[in-house]
Design a protein around this ligand. Structure first.
Ligand code: DGL
Length: 271
């Protein structure tokens, strides 16, 4: 029998384009793998949906993808989904599933004034998972929580080429601008937010922003490296695929942006 081993296929999933910030870190570390970037634009945003709806939906999307593609590892590049879906996804699928959750631990380690902020969707802020992360890793810090629905939409709009309205952003962040101690470290607890980091930095010029992208890329590398010789992988750059749950004008506009990420083919998946 011809025993041709395939390159690992890595699925990166988010509700929208936020997961591209995580994909970008993974791709930079491992450019020779085969990537599928899937986003559930039909249900975007997840940040205002209830937990049960998100669990069912993410399971259905991943299940649908597995009917057409063989997946070596999946990254749930969405804090809103990861903070609620990981146990059920891991019990359903055999491949490793890496979640993206707020980087509370590194933030508490680098903070000097021991005042940190967690900026995320309303859903992520309310999760028991997030409360446990804070209790376990940031006991010695004051942790300010801010759940905003609008930021992911602002990031989507920026990726489409629209300028960010700094005054609007400043208004949304006002609760933190009037704090007696401004957080010296802010966790970007939504994968969309790295796309508006420059604008956030203008509003908080002395604050360090951290996200989980780099740590996730290392985790993916370590997990795949147990099974594959990653130095020998040579997947074709033209084979990377974008999948979304609905095709519309928005996606049509985004296709050229995806090409900048070496995601060169597009397919709609019906859920
Ligand atoms: N990118 C997602 C996250 O990391 C959330 C965006 C949404 O509300 O769907 O939480």
């Amino acid at each position: 029998m011809n025993n041709v081993r395939q390159s690992p296929s890595v699925l990166i999933f988010d509700s929208g384009i936020g997961g591209l910030s995580v994909y970008d870190e993974i791709y930079k570390k491992m450019p020779n793998l085969h990537y599928l970037y899937a986003f559930d634009n039909e249900m975007f945003p997840y940040g205002d949906k209830c937990a049960e709806v998100i669990i069912d939906r993410v399971t259905s999307v991943i299940e649908t993808i597995t009917k057409s593609y063989s997946i070596s590892l999946a990254v749930i590049a969405c804090n809103t989904a990861s903070t609620i879906c990981l146990p059920s996804l891991r019990s359903k699928f055999a491949f490793p599933i890496v979640g993206v959750v707020p980087a509370i631990k590194p933030a508490s380690q680098i903070s000097r004034n021991k005042c940190i902020g967690l900026l995320a969707t309303k859903a992520t802020i309310q999760r028991a998972y997030t409360t446990h992360l804070i209790q376990e890793f940031a006991k010695d810090c004051t942790v300010n929580l801010l759940g905003l629905s609008e930021l992911a939409l602002i990031a989507e709009s920026k990726l489409q080429g629209n300028a960010v309205d700094i005054l609007q952003l400043k208004k949304l962040l006002q609760p933190w601008l009037s704090l007696p101690t401004i957080p010296d470290t802010i966790v970007l607890g939504c994968t969309h937010y790295p796309f508006i980091k420059d604008e956030l930095q203008k509003i908080f010029p002395h604050t360090t922003f951290i996200d989980s992208g780099n740590a996730i890329a290392s985790r993916v590398y370590n997990l795949l490296n147990e099974q594959y010789d990653l130095s020998k992988e040579k997947a074709s750059l033209t084979n990377n695929i974008v999948l979304s749950t609905i095709y519309n004008q928005y996606v049509e506009k985004l296709i050229s942006k995806f090409e900048n990420y070496n995601l060169n083919k597009y397919q709609t998946i019906k859920i």
